[in-house]
Design a protein around this ligand. Structure first.
Ligand code: GLN
Length: 473
């Protein structure tokens, strides 16, 4: 028995496998947790996925889980070690959102998703671009995280810490947040599965807001089945978030119709990625799915629209950080100077840029020209999807137009960096669910594809994604 235990690497288990091991008492949650804490202590020196490690909390939760398991009270997630993106609050644990501003901020309450996962084991908080603004994890005020497939490359962002932690087997699964692609793009870059649920399906209470009409929390996992398990655990109406609901519009699919948008295979897409996604499409075709060419004509405007709406909402959300509430980073001669010093020292350059941009697009003189216009374009983008979903059940395409890039390669080229979200942002603008799953690799670097479904049809999305399952079992 002991011998067998040493033979299996417990850190690469999926939720289901870890659950079976716990249930059959092959190992305890404390043993499993210690294996992960050891792994983090060694491996995370090079990956740098975690901003804060919480061994005491983790071991206490693991002991509680073991007590429950002993009494036969075991649920699928009981005693499973996981990581939480550092913009989600765990009561009593530092929560920085990747910002200097919140360096010493201790969360006063649990996010609803954290409460819902209370039978799991929280190993720690993962790195992110400051306030989730970025696509590479390089905009974290602390340090960049490294891609486990190639340490010189970025893990994607903003949930790059969570993606790298899952890919490097430094946790069984992780939570991320996605405003314009921050779950799916890092999942794609790290070769794992990432789900952005339908807007409103998962409560945002206790998530440090970036752009409230776009933000959603979701699972980052080793396979599709695990994503489904975590999604089912965290979803549901919450009285603390008035946008949350219990909708379920899944329907029986007799024939599966898959839409291929012509706009997603144009200029700027890496040929290796195009090849891998097209192979996946042929796979579906061979499995009797009906492949339909569709058009999403406003795709070209999605990035411009997103980069008006997201900064506008961010400028309003981030106004609360004034050095008086939450935490302070500087002193001042008088009140105005105090605000100035705190905001100057607390926020990084990318965050400042977006606050200034958002304040401008919301200002009285420019509101109609920018913000209101962007809202109209958002409606057109939503309508594109509504039209498409009259003909198909899911839409397939690449998650990212490029492979994971080198650390430092794009920091001075914000437009190139923003382009890496070209296929993901419209999904947030339309409030739809989408999943990124691995579909190949190029020179050892993962390639991912994205499946998009109509609102509240996550189960259909899982079902179709599972037909093509290239992930770990
Ligand atoms: N990369 C996008 C941005 O910088 C999306 C970020 C996110 O989804 N949080 O805004």
């Amino acid at each position: 028995m002991r011998f067998l235990k040493k033979m299996i690497d417990l850190t690469n288990l999926t939720i289901k496998k870890a659950h079976e091991g716990l249930k059959e008492k092959r190992f305890s949650s404390v043993e499993l947790t210690k294996v992960f804490l050891d792994k983090i202590n060694t491996k995370d020196k090079e990956i740098k996925a975690y901003l804060t490690i919480t061994p005491e909390l983790a071991l206490k939760q693991a002991e509680n889980a073991d007590k429950k398991i002993k009494k036969g009270e075991i649920d699928i997630l009981t005693g499973i070690p996981c990581a939480i993106k550092d913009n989600l609050m765990i009561k009593g644990v530092r929560c920085t959102a990747g910002s200097r501003f919140l360096d010493k901020y201790i969360a006063p309450y649990n996010a609803t998703v954290v409460d819902k996962l209370k039978d799991c084991v929280f190993l720690g908080k993962t790195n992110l671009d400051e306030f989730a603004m970025g696509s590479s994890c390089e905009k974290s005020a602390y340090f960049p995280t490294h891609n486990p497939h190639d340490l010189e490359r970025v893990p994607g962002g903003s949930s790059g810490g969570s993606a790298a932690a899952v890919a490097a087997d430094e946790c069984v699964f992780a939570l991320g947040s996605d405003t314009g692609g921050s779950i799916r793009q890092p999942a794609c870059f790290c070769g794992i599965t990432g789900l952005k649920p339908t807007y409103g399906t998962v409560s945002r209470y206790g998530l440090i807001a970036f752009a409230s009409s776009l933000d959603q929390i979701g699972p980052m996992t080793k396979n599709i089945e695990d994503a489904e398990i975590v999604f089912n655990a965290i979803k549901g109406k919450d009285k603390m978030d008035s946008t949350s609901c219990n909708e379920n519009r899944n329907k029986d699919l007799k024939e599966i119709r898959i839409g291929v948008p012509k706009e997603y295979f144009g200029k700027g897409l890496d040929p290796e990625i195009e090849k891998a996604v097209k192979n996946a499409i042929s796979f579906y075709e061979k499995s009797d799915a009906k492949i339909v060419e569709i058009s999403l004509p406003h795709t070209d405007y999605a990035l411009a629209c997103y980069y008006i709406i997201a900064p506008s909402e961010a400028s309003a959300n981030l106004a609360r950080f004034d050095g008086i509430r939450y935490s302070k980073v500087a002193d001042g001669e008088n009140l105005i100077d105090y605000y100035l010093q705190n905001k100057t020292k607390g926020f990084g350059a990318e965050v400042k840029k977006r606050i200034i941009l958002g304040t401008y697009t919301l200002s009285a003189g420019y509101y109609d020209a920018y913000y209101k216009k962007a809202l109209k374009v958002r409606t057109l983008i939503k309508k594109d999807f509504e039209e498409a979903f009259k003909k198909v059940d899911v839409i397939i395409g690449p998650t990212s137009p490029c492979l994971p890039f080198k650390i430092g390669e794009m920091v001075d080229d914000p437009l190139a960096m923003y382009l890496s979200d070209i296929y993901t942002v419209s999904v947030n603008l339309a409030g739809l669910p989408a999943i990124s799953i691995p579909c190949g690799e190029s020179n050892g670097l993962p390639i991912g594809m994205q499946l998009i479904a109509p609102a509240f049809m996550e189960n259909n999305l899982f079902k179709i994604a599972k037909l093509y399952d290239n992930t770990r079992n």
